[in-house]
Design a protein around this ligand. Structure first.
Ligand SMILES: NC(=O)c1ccc[n+]([C@@H]2O[C@H](COP(=O)([O-])OP(=O)(O)OC[C@H]3O[C@@H](n4cnc5c(N)ncnc54)[C@H](OP(=O)(O)O)[C@@H]3O)[C@@H](O)[C@H]2O)c1
Length: 320
């Protein structure tokens, strides 16, 4: 495993296990397999509704002495309904209780937008009131407090754009350690990557494989969106053949080789293994440039949190 050093000197494993959209039964075995294989970085969120299951597995590992707490790097996220200073405490304390941990390694603001009608979303109507005017500076002060209280070792943001990151930086005493955002061969967000590198904010790429399972999630909302299939890209395939690797391994290596952490989700033993086997080869400059040339920009982006238009179109979100 390779680590990236955050701006507070803490080391984070560059590869983690994503856990969004993993059912309880599969999640238990996925976390167990991942820990056996050597993963030490787990990504979750209040919104994923799976912290209790993850906590149960971590507790078994820690209590049996197979792992020390300090070897693990656990990330969770404040949901949009918690994007108000007076609401944050309730959410982080609940996450710690469910994860059965005294602290998380990284606590992220999941999205710059808030949801006013807490708790979200109302299951009966699926309608939530979205707030695009969150007081980011005040929220960040509350995040800093979580570090001082020992509940989070590092704090960061997710789905923030450059002006929103600047708003955090303008009043920060503790700089954000990380930005978690959608990053893969098709969605490279080079301006955001450069900005973060300039400001010593480590990037964590979500949907590093282009989220091939997203269609099932969209169809729950009746959304038909055409998602380009990164793992079927002919150039990615050619490069995979050259290195005797799979397209997924090439996609993950592309990120970690640029010091960008990747958190692929899988609940399949073989794919969890496959995704971990990316530390025994290096993409040469030529192949790196070929992959850089595959950027499709915003059009390939799955997680459009900035506008949430796909939910608004469905009438599930009311903008305020
Ligand atoms: N901060 C945010 O707003 C945000 C948003 C989205 C995601 N995330 C985090 O990022 C993680 C990753 O994103 P994601 O889950 O959307 O997308 P992803 O990791 O790019 O893709 C996951 C999908 O790829 C499949 N897969 C995994 N390994 C594979 C391989 N080697 N070959 C082929 N298919 C493979 C998985 O299926 P199997 O399980 O069947 O293998 C699953 O359907 C999430 O789980 C979550 O923790 C954060």
């Amino acid at each position: 495993m390779t680590f990236v050093r955050l701006n507070n000197n803490i080391e984070m494993p560059v590869l983690g296990l994503g856990t969004w959209l993993t059912s309880d039964k599969n999640l238990k075995s996925a976390i167990n397999w991942a820990l056996e294989i050597g993963y030490r970085h787990i990504d979750t969120a209040t919104l994923y509704d799976n912290e209790k299951t993850i906590g149960d597995v971590l507790k078994e590992w820690i209590n049996s002495g197979k792992i020390q707490r300090q070897e693990l790097f656990v990330t969770t996220k404040l949901p949009p309904a918690g994007n108000y200073p007076e609401r944050m405490e309730k959410y982080i304390l609940q996450s710690l209780k469910d994860l059965q941990l005294e602290y998380v390694d990284l606590y992220l603001i999941h999205s710059p937008e808030g949801i006013k009608n807490s708790p979200p979303p109302n299951n009966n109507t699926k309608e939530v009131e979205m707030d695009k005017n969150v007081d980011i500076s005040a929220l960040w002060k509350k995040m800093e407090e979580q570090v001082l209280l020992g509940r989070a070792k590092s704090i960061g943001i997710s789905n923030f754009n450059i002006p929103q990151i600047n708003e955090v930086l303008s009043n920060a005493v503790i700089k954000p350690a990380c930005l978690q955002t959608e990053l893969n061969v098709y969605v490279q967000q080079q301006n955001v990557v450069n900005f973060c590198k300039e400001h010593d904010i480590t990037l964590i790429g979500y949907c590093p494989l282009g989220s091939p399972g997203i269609n099932a999630f969209y169809s729950e909302y009746g959304i038909t969106k055409s998602i380009p299939k990164l793992l079927d890209d002919p150039i990615v395939h050619e490069i995979a053949i050259k290195y005797s690797k799979t397209p997924a391994q090439i996609a993950l290596r592309f990120l970690v080789q640029q010091n960008i952490a990747a958190i692929p989700k899988s609940s399949n033993l073989n794919r969890i293994k496959e995704n971990f086997q990316i530390f025994d080869f290096t993409l040469d400059q030529n192949d790196l440039q070929l992959l850089k040339g595959l950027d499709k920009g915003e059009s390939a982006r799955l997680g459009d949190w900035e506008s949430w238009t796909w939910l608004e179109e469905e009438g599930t979100i009311k903008s305020s």
